[in-house]
Design a binder for this molecule. Structure first.
Ligand SMILES: [Fe+2]
Length: 304
């Protein structure tokens, strides 16, 4: 039998002859993304939410959610993450459920609504970040008088890849409130109740609300700091237990570039989806590969 015949035989047996794959292990090798950066425009998304509100009721459809589907991917905004926008109008609620996906909510617009996670009501104010860790019961309700709109981020595409996307609706539309307001901050501050034990797994995350007030204060306190040459002022929404990534599968960060300051070093990052927002007349620019994006008031950006 010749080598060629062996290769052919292996192919028929659904086996792979790895010696035919060019050897690149002699030098440095890095992964190559199979998709490029893409930008979604907030004014289009915002208008689509209003349009959907005419036809879709979250109580029946489970969610009034519009996902950002990257045109070069089968599923997701980036290959491991799905970002989208969700709206709940006054008097509406989105039914309680849980899933193995971990999720984050970044509030964009509205007041008077809450996401309930594990029995804790987490108020939703613009600029707040709220986490819904994997397999925690959650539902949303709007008792205010304006629509609440937030960005939903979830590790769905990664879970889909692992074929581990379990989901479970609650037998009741909304879960009972078993904890008071601000429970997460009361229990995970520097001074915390003795009864709060340290989790044995470093993958454990409690539900948490990072309020926009705290974020603004933290950014303001860094205004005079020199900042990182690559990232300017970049703050992580740290897990209150370990100080590590926001969720085991997703890290959330808030970045401030002061007027006239540019990231002076070209650099690379792993997969990222981001919301760019600015309040100044000057429009920030972001360069990725050979493409340059000019940010208007708010846009969503995915980069491999
Ligand atoms: Fe959910």
């Amino acid at each position: 039998m010749s080598l060629e015949e062996l290769n052919q035989k292996l192919k028929q047996q659904h086996l792979i002859d790895y010696w035919t794959i060019p050897n690149t292990s002699t030098g440095f090798r890095e992964p190559e993304a199979n998709y490029g950066p893409f930008l979604w425009k907030w004014n289009e998304i915002r208008a689509a939410l209003d349009d959907a509100a005419r036809f879709v009721r979250p109580e029946e459809a489970f969610r009034r959610f519009i996902g950002y589907q990257h045109p070069e991917l089968k599923l997701g905004t980036a290959h491991t993450l799905l970002l989208g926008a969700q709206m709940v109008r006054p008097g509406e609620f989105a039914p309680a459920h849980r899933h193995t996906m971990g999720a984050i909510r970044f509030v964009v617009e509205g007041r008077g609504a809450a996401t309930v996670v594990k029995g804790e009501p987490l108020p939703m104010e613009p600029g707040d970040l709220i986490t819904t860790p994997s397999w925690t019961w959650h539902d949303h309700k709007n008792t205010g008088d304006t629509p609440i709109i937030w960005l939903d981020g979830a590790d769905g595409p990664m879970l889909h890849y692992f074929q581990a996307g379990f989901a479970h609706p609650l037998h009741e539309a909304q879960q009972p409130l078993t904890k008071p307001l601000d429970w997460c901050r009361k229990t995970y501050g520097i001074l915390r109740p003795h009864s709060i034990s340290t989790p044995t797994s470093n993958l454990y995350r409690p539900p948490y609300r990072y309020s926009s007030q705290d974020t603004k204060k933290a950014l303001a306190s860094m205004i005079e700091a020199p900042g990182d040459p690559y990232d300017g002022i970049l703050l992580r929404y740290s897990d209150p237990v370990s100080g590590g990534a926001t969720l085991p599968t997703m890290n959330c960060e808030v970045q401030m570039f002061r007027p006239g300051v540019a990231s002076s070093h070209i650099h690379r990052r792993l997969s990222r989806v981001s919301r760019q927002r600015h309040d100044l007349d000057r429009r920030p620019e972001i360069c990725m590969g050979t493409r340059r994006f000019v940010c208007r008031a708010a846009v969503e950006l995915a980069r491999p």
